[in-house]
Design a protein around this ligand. Structure first.
Ligand code: ZN
Length: 302
């Protein structure tokens, strides 16, 4: 072997050595995961009082909520120590998770006044979204504490698809190319969102009535969450999820409990009413749609 052959062999070795180097394992990946956490669907929460600040056992519900987040977060960090996780408190006044007990490596958003509400902080740099503690859309007869945004909303349609909070949040995520990989909540929520999104699901309880639930023990729920998080991360690695795509412009139809609410909303340019209880608005994109919907149900009250 002469000098130039040795040189060429060395070059080839380096080239193939580099190109055949195994792709980074989970541990080296800079995966970014966004977790939105509501309370009604958290395991162990079985009465309206538990979901209401100041109500009986609300403090216990906060602990269950925090532990569910920690379970998912620990599972992610076990596989991806460099993952970046943003947790957005998404129930009531958005001040429920016990921050001091939350995994110290996560970033946490607290407080209700935020235009993107349950998906505040989410942008296209994220790889995946997880919904914990979710409930079904307004009017679902099988849902536990089912509602959409607030009690004043009786129905919400985006480009003709009826959605609740989960569908609306997933549509915002989908519009920037981010899929929802895992949904946990009551059986009506996981049926609704599992079908709409194709996500992994964990059913934490089944409604006996709209305000009572047959509960799985919180420890059982956490163990199911661990398994489902692992399955979801495996699927994510293999590009196994599709972001929800509603198209570019978004037609909002929103039905309210009172005609007064609808009449007040006529003050917003572009909002029209299709009947006494229902408004219509054509938004340029999902971001615009989301901000307007949140304004209409959360910040304009009658
Ligand atoms: Zn809630």
């Amino acid at each position: 072997m002469n000098r130039s052959t040795i040189f060429l062999s060395a070059i080839l070795l380096i080239f193939f050595g580099l190109t055949q180097y195994p792709s980074p394992a989970d541990g080296q990946m800079q995966t970014k995961i966004f977790i939105s956490v509501d309370l009604e669907g958290i395991g162990g929460v079985g009465s309206p009082l538990m979901a209401s600040s100041g109500g009986k056992d609300y403090e216990t519900a906060r602990e269950y909520m925090t532990e569910e987040v920690n379970t998912v977060v620990h599972t992610i960090f076990e596989r991806m120590p460099n993952a970046e996780i943003l947790v957005n408190d998404s129930h009531g006044d958005h001040q429920n998770i016990l921050h001091g007990q939350l995994h110290p490596k996560v970033n946490y958003i607290q407080g209700r006044i935020k235009p993107l509400g349950m998906v505040q902080g989410l942008d296209s740099s994220f790889d995946a979204v997880i919904f914990l503690g979710y409930h079904a859309k307004a009017g679902d007869p099988d849902g536990f504490l089912a509602h959409t945004g607030s009690g004043s909303v009786k129905g919400l349609w985006l480009n003709g698809i009826e959605v609740g909070e989960g569908g609306m949040n997933a549509a915002l995520a989908g519009s920037i190319g981010v899929p929802v990989i895992l949904v946990a909540g009551d059986s009506a929520a996981t049926a609704e969102l599992g079908q709409l999104l194709g996500s992994e699901t964990v059913t934490t309880k089944t409604a006996e009535t709209p305000s009572s639930a047959r509960l799985l023990h919180p420890q059982v729920v956490r163990s199911m969450l661990m398994d489902a998080t692992n399955t979801a991360l495996d699927r994510l690695k293999n590009n196994g999820f599709e972001p929800l795509d509603l198209g570019e412009s978004v037609e909002i139809k929103m039905r309210f409990a009172s005609t007064t609410h609808v009449d007040i909303l006529q003050s917003i340019p572009g909002v029209s009413k299709t009947d006494g209880f229902t408004i219509r608005y054509l938004a340029d994109d999902m971001d615009q749609a989301y901000r307007l919907i949140r304004l209409m149900y959360s910040f304009i009250r009658t």
